[in-house]
Design a protein around this ligand. Structure first.
Ligand code: MN
Ligand code: MN
Length: 397
């Protein structure tokens, strides 16, 4: 069989094995398959790297702070999500801007930040954030950030489009610099000389004065605040605890404004394993906060890849790809994870196996039915160093 016909055969066989009958394989399905090949790479090709050492890049520096990013440019596999590590000095302003292509979800690692966001319905909100807090700005909603001090603020931004950066982020200073002063004078009803000293190119992160603790009023006086807040205090949440680690998770259920992104902080003890699983509905983007470990990805058709991660790395798992995360270091591991869906979905291997009739498992793996009694009888989720127990790890409630 030629490579081409073998691939078509495998693709047809895979579809026949699913719920789709042979008559379901239409031209439209063929096109769907081709789209998937574009998204996840040709299935006859090895899985490309899914790790990017984000914090080793130089980044973009201006006087008030700097940022480093992981988009499809730095990590080509990451079509569905991108991330930015940003630091603001006290008073540094990530200027007024919006993202045309993506929603923005953020996790505060250090320091304090004040944000203001406006929605198309005219409501706006100003919030102060500290370590462990999360914000979410829907796609296209205008926002600005400022470091509040004392000390530098550090946070990780996650966007639900791997292409969010290039041609997708619109800054206020850039816009004003690109608009004739006569138009600005008419628009704002002030002399055009007002704009002579404004930045000629995008300011990005200019330096300002350290803001006062009390939020100064906006020009319109009181804000009309939105029904759903943009702030969620993730690290105040009681974690799901397991013998090998713990997890905090924020979906649209806990944080109603966050319709497009779910966030997780996963902590694994040395030797702990986030078990084999996949996400039916979302891609996964990772930022490694503390510790080191190993990620194994399974990409179907005999393809797999294992990579070693450490602090400051970004990682990406395409939707539907099998994977696990193992703490291979001697210290606790902490990983920030974002999914491009407000709903969390995962299927864990232990629960999957434990849900099937035992004779099917026996036939599948050519083993005796009795040998499966030693397997976990319910979900493991996180296995400890010494291995999962037969009762599964469950979740302590
Ligand atoms: Mn932004
Ligand atoms: Mn996962």
């Amino acid at each position: 069989m030629s490579d081409f016909s073998r691939r078509n055969f495998l693709s047809a066989a895979a579809m026949a094995a699913g719920a789709v009958g042979m008559e379901g394989i239409s031209r439209a399905d063929d096109y769907g398959d081709r789209d998937r090949e574009k998204e996840h790479g040709d299935d006859s090709e090895p899985i490309p790297t899914f790790r990017y050492a984000m914090e080793t890049e130089k980044g973009r520096h201006t006087e008030g702070g700097f940022s480093r990013e992981a988009t499809v440019k730095q990590l080509p596999i990451s079509e569905g999500l991108a991330g930015v590590s940003m630091r603001l000095k006290p008073g540094g302003v990530r200027e007024l801007h919006w993202h045309a292509k993506a929603a923005e979800w953020a996790f505060m690692l250090k320091g304090r930040v004040r944000t203001t966001v406006i929605s198309p319905d005219g409501t706006s909100e100003t919030n102060d954030f500290e370590a462990g807090d999360v914000w979410y700005f829907p796609r296209g909603h205008g926002h600005a950030l400022q470091g509040m001090g004392p000390g530098e603020a550090h946070f990780v931004l996650i966007f639900d489009d791997g292409h969010f950066s290039e041609f997708g982020t619109f800054g206020a200073s850039d816009w004003l610099a690109q608009t004739p002063p006569e138009v600005l004078a008419k628009n704002f009803g002030v002399p055009k000389s007002t704009f002579a000293q404004y930045p000629k190119i995008e300011a990005f992160i200019p330096q300002g004065a350290v803001p006062s603790e009390k939020q100064p009023l906006p020009l319109m006086g009181a804000q009309r605040t939105p029904p759903n807040t943009h702030k969620y205090q993730l690290m105040d949440q009681e974690p799901r605890k397991f013998r090998g680690g713990q997890e905090r998770r924020v979906t649209v259920k806990e944080f109603p404004v966050s319709v497009g992104i779910t966030g997780v902080v996963l902590e694994l003890e040395p030797g702990g394993l986030r078990e084999l699983h996949w996400h039916p509905n979302a891609d996964e983007w990772q930022y490694w906060i503390e510790g080191s470990g190993r990620v194994g990805v399974f990409g179907s058709h005999g393809r797999s890849r294992i990579e070693e991660f450490s602090v400051g790395d970004a990682g990406y798992i395409p939707r539907g790809f099998g994977h696990y995360i193992e703490n291979t270091g001697n210290t606790p591991l902490k990983v920030l994870i974002g999914f491009n869906s407000g709903e969390y979905q995962a299927i864990d291997a232990s629960a999957w196996f434990a849900s099937n009739p035992i004779d099917i498992l026996a036939a599948n793996f050519g083993a005796s039915a009795s040998s499966f009694d030693a397997f976990p009888h319910r979900r493991v989720f996180i296995a400890p160093k010494e291995g999962a127990s037969r009762d599964g790890e469950g979740e302590s409630k």
